[in-house]
Design a protein around this ligand. Structure first.
Ligand SMILES: Cc1cc2nc3c(=O)[nH]c(=O)nc-3n(C[C@H](O)[C@H](O)[C@H](O)COP(=O)(O)OP(=O)(O)OC[C@H]3O[C@@H](n4cnc5c(N)ncnc54)[C@H](O)[C@@H]3O)c2cc1C
Length: 454
C-alpha cells in the first residue's frame, strides 16, 4: 500500500468535536491527523464575513457556563464578547400569526392566546422553553439517559395533551418554527427536558450577571485556533467514502482517491452523512438503525440588508416571530452599539426550511421579503437580499442538528455511540450532558480520552 498515509489516529471531520478529540490525542502523545471534506474547518460553526455584519451561519451563542468552549477560546487566545446587553433586544420582537402582527402588549388578552391563564403573558416563542424548565422531571442533564426517564420519551404533543392543551394550544406552544422536528408529534419530550436541564445546569458556571458570549470577529475563530494548534495541519478536500476495518487497524478511502491507514479512527460525522459511508464490517442492530434513521433539523437562513430604519415608520419592533416561511426574522446587532440594527437574518426551521430550499437562494429571498412586506408595508422595498445558508441541503451536514423522535432516545441513545471495530464516534448528537457546541466538545474529549486509555 505505497500511497497510503499512515497515522496512529485519523479523525474524520474538522468540526468542534473532531478538533477537540484531535487536540486531546495530540496532548496525550498520539500521532493524529484530521481530515476534512471541505476547504475550511468548523463544520456547523461558520462565520460568513462575506455577508457583511451577518456574521454567523452556524453556532453563535456560547452560554456563559459552556466551560469547554470558553476554556478552549481562552487557551487559544480567541476573545469572547459578552452578549448579555444584546439579548434584551432579542426579546423585543413582534408575533405574527396568520399574516397579522400581534404586539406583545396585546398578547395576554388576545383571542388567539390558548395558554392557561397564568401563562398568558408568555410569548409563544418562549413558552415551551419555560414550560420544560418549570415541569422538568430531570434533576440534572445526564438523567435523560437513565432508565427512569424512558417514560418521558413520548411526543411533545402527548405530553402537552397530558397537561390539558387542545390542538390549537399545542400548535401555539410547539408548532411555530420549532428547533426540533416538524411539529409536536415529531419530537420526544425527553429531548426538550434534556435541553432545558442543560440550559439550567450550565448557568451554575456562569459569572454573575453574564448570560452568554460570542467570539469577536466570528465564532469560526475558535475551531480555526484549535486547528492552528495541531502539529499536523488539517488535510482538506478529503471526503471519506469508506472505512474498512481489520484486526490491526482501519483503512479510509476518500473521494479523491487518497487512502489513510490508522490504528484508530475518530468519526465526528453527523449520522445523516455517516449513513452514506460504506463501513466494513457494517454497523449492526440498533446502532445501524440509529445511524440510518436519526433525523436532523432542516434549517435555512436568509440574510438581508436594510436600506432604511423602516421599523421607525410603523412603530413595531424590528424583529418578527412568524408562523410563516419567514420563521424568525431577527434584527442583527453586530456593531459596537447594541442599539444599532446592522442587518437582518430570517431563521427558518423545520418544514418551512425545505420550502425555502426548494425555491433556491434568490427565490427564497424574494419569498421571505414578500412575506415581511405583506405584514409590515413600511418594509416595502427596504430589504435587499444578501444570501442564504441551507443546512438541510448541505451534503456535509444534512441538517442543523440531530433530534430524537418519540421513542428514539430509549431505543438508540445508550448504544448509538458505541465503538465499532476500530472506529469511535463523536459529534454534537453524542453529547451526554451538554448540547450544541458544548456537546460537540464533550463528545470529542470523551473519545480522545477513551483512545488514550487503551
Ligand atoms: C444554524 C445553526 C445555529 C447554531 N447555533 C448554536 C448556538 O448558538 N450555540 C450552540 O451551542 N450550538 C449551536 N449550533 C450547534 C453547533 O454549531 C453544533 O452542535 C456543532 O458545531 C457541531 O459540531 P460537530 O463537530 O459535532 O459537527 P460538525 O461541525 O458538523 O463537524 C463535522 C465535520 O465533518 C465534515 N465532513 C462531513 N462529511 C465528511 C466526509 N465524508 N469526510 C470528511 N469530512 C466530512 C464536515 O464538513 C464538518 O467539518 C448551531 C448549529 C446551526 C446549524
Amino acid at each position: 500500500m505505497a500511497d497510503v498515509r499512515k497515522h496512529e489516529v485519523v479523525v474524520i471531520g474538522a468540526g468542534l468535536a473532531g478538533l477537540a478529540a484531535a487536540l486531546d490525542l495530540q496532548a496525550g502523545g498520539a500521532d493524529v491527523q484530521v481530515i476534512e471534506a471541505q476547504q475550511r474547518v468548523g463544520g456547523r460553526v461558520r462565520s460568513m464575513q462575506q455577508l457583511g455584519s451577518n456574521k454567523e451561519a452556524g453556532g453563535t451563542y456560547i452560554g456563559a457556563g459552556y466551560t469547554r468552549i470558553i476554556g478552549t477560546a481562552q487557551r487559544h487566545g480567541v476573545e469572547l464578547i459578552d452578549v448579555t446587553p444584546m439579548l434584551q433586544f432579542f426579546r423585543e420582537q413582534e408575533l405574527v400569526l396568520d399574516g397579522k402582527i400581534i404586539r406583545q402588549a396585546d398578547w395576554p388578552h388576545h383571542p388567539a392566546n390558548r395558554f392557561p391563564d397564568d401563562d398568558k403573558p408568555i410569548m409563544p416563542w418562549a413558552y415551551h422553553r419555560q414550560l420544560t424548565v418549570r415541569e422538568n422531571p430531570l434533576s440534572e442533564p445526564g438523567a435523560w439517559l437513565e432508565p427512569d426517564a424512558a417514560q418521558y420519551d413520548i411526543s411533545v404533543r402527548d405530553w402537552l395533551e397530558q397537561l390539558g392543551f387542545d390542538d390549537a394550544g399545542v400548535k401555539l406552544a410547539y408548532g411555530m418554527n420549532v428547533s426540533f422536528g416538524e411539529d409536536a408529534r415529531d419530537v420526544s419530550a425527553l429531548l426538550l427536558f434534556f435541553r432545558a436541564a442543560f440550559s439550567v445546569a450550565q448557568r451554575r458556571f456562569a459569572p454573575e450577571g453574564v448570560l452568554g458570549y460570542t467570539a469577536r470577529n466570528g465564532v469560526a475563530r475558535i475551531p480555526q485556533a484549535m486547528a492552528d494548534a495541531l502539529e499536523k495541519p488539517v488535510e482538506f478536500g478529503k471526503q471519506v467514502t469508506a472505512i474498512e476495518n481489520d484486526g490491526a487497524g482501519a483503512t479510509l478511502r476518500c473521494e479523491d482517491g487518497t487512502r489513510y491507514r490508522a490504528q484508530h479512527v475518530v468519526c465526528s460525522l453527523p449520522f445523516g452523512v455517516l449513513r452514506d459511508i460504506a463501513i466494513d464490517p457494517p454497523l449492526e442492530g440498533l446502532q445501524a438503525e440509529a445511524v440510518s434513521s436519526l433525523p436532523a433539523q432542516p434549517m435555512t437562513q436568509v440574510y438581508f440588508r436594510h436600506k432604511s430604519n423602516f421599523w421607525e415608520a410603523d412603530g413595531y419592533a424590528p424583529s418578527l416571530f412568524t408562523d410563516g416561511v419567514a420563521g424568525m426574522v431577527a434584527a442583527a446587532r453586530n456593531g459596537d452599539d447594541p442599539n444599532e440594527v446592522t442587518s437582518f437574518t430570517a431563521w427558518t426551521l423545520g418544514p418551512n426550511a425545505a420550502v425555502l430550499d426548494a425555491l433556491g437562494a434568490a427565490g427564497a429571498g424574494k419569498r421571505v421579503i414578500a412575506e415581511i412586506e405583506a405584514v409590515r408595508p413600511a418594509a416595502k422595498d427596504q430589504l435587499e437580499f444578501l444570501g442564504m445558508q441551507s443546512w438541510g441541503t448541505d451534503p456535509c451536514a444534512r441538517g442543523g442538528w440531530a433530534y430524537f423522535r418519540p421513542g428514539q432516545i430509549t431505543r438508540f441513545a445508550a448504544v448509538m455511540g458505541d465503538p465499532h471495530a476500530r472506529i469511535r464516534f463523536c459529534g454534537e448528537h453524542l453529547g451526554r450532558v451538554s448540547r450544541g457546541m458544548e456537546g460537540a466538545m464533550e463528545s470529542g474529549e470523551r473519545v480522545g480520552a477513551e483512545i488514550l486509555s487503551l
